[in-house]
Design a binder for this molecule. Sequence first.
Ligand SMILES: C[S@@+](CC[C@H](N)C(=O)[O-])C[C@H]1O[C@@H](n2cnc3c(N)ncnc32)[C@H](O)[C@@H]1O
Length: 303
Amino acid sequence: MDEKGFGDWLSQYTDAGICMEAFRSQKQFFRVNTLKTSVAAFQAATKLKCKQTPYYDAAFELDEELQIGKTWEYFLGLIHPQSLPSILVSLALAPGPHDVVLDAASAPGSKFSHMAMLMQNRGVLVGNDLKEEKISALYSTINRLNVLNCITTMKDAARLGWKERFTRILLDAPCTALGSGPAAYLRWNPDHSKKISYTQKRLIFSAFDALKPGGELVYSTCTYAKEENEDVVADLLRNVPRAEQAEITLDVPHDKGQGEYGEKCYRIYPQHLASEGFFMAKIRKKAGGKEEPDSAEKAGGGG
Ligand SMILES: C[S@@+](CC[C@H](N)C(=O)[O-])C[C@H]1O[C@@H](n2cnc3c(N)ncnc32)[C@H](O)[C@@H]1O
């Protein structure tokens, strides 16, 4: 789709002109890896021109034109380039040292390594992805950033077959990535979102089955289409009685989501944080009650 067509489509969600301009002038962000250093030690030692964001002490905005991946800080695993909304996703799930966590679509491991940091390299962190080359990319992140509390698996997350094992689950789903910019929307049309929505619904039902009662799941994408965002979340909430929506309590600029379950969803547009576009929603599995048959069998039932 060309820029004009995309702008027209996007204006159903936000001011498209402001959004696209904000995307074009977005900043570079990185996260300090506290598995290898502390924020204070990094600040004392680094020569990078950067400033701490007001939203999270380990998130920094770069104030100069350079490739973060070519810096010493990157090679030493002291920092990881990551957009600000992507950093916020792991904060929304907020895993701690006693959690058993699944990252169902984890490669190349930006949010995965951030979760290890929040868990202080304790608890158990399982990183899953579909393909061997993706797992290789995940390994290099694990090694560079010194993630120790992890196991990796290579499974189709739509068919995990795991029942109530994890206290927290991140499903950062494959999506049309419209929030990541022109390279995505130039190859996209609205049918792509409808098609991938079916897969995303299968993924969220399968991930929800793997969640322990009382546990929480964050569903995120870097795209704008309602079919890939609120509709996926709504399909689970309508069809699985033990799924309830939970509050995200991050104090960051955002828009609410769309439709019946939109109120508690976060839509972060480029104009909010001078970074990528992102969507996130949080779901809890109600504690107690009778065990239900596999939710995964109901996936996509709600349209
Ligand atoms: C948005 S990316 C994940 C990015 C990652 N969470 C991060 O922060 O670095 C989506 C990932 O989903 C994986 N994927 C796609 N289909 C999948 C499936 N059926 N099961 C598991 N992973 C899948 C892709 O290989 C890709 O790595």
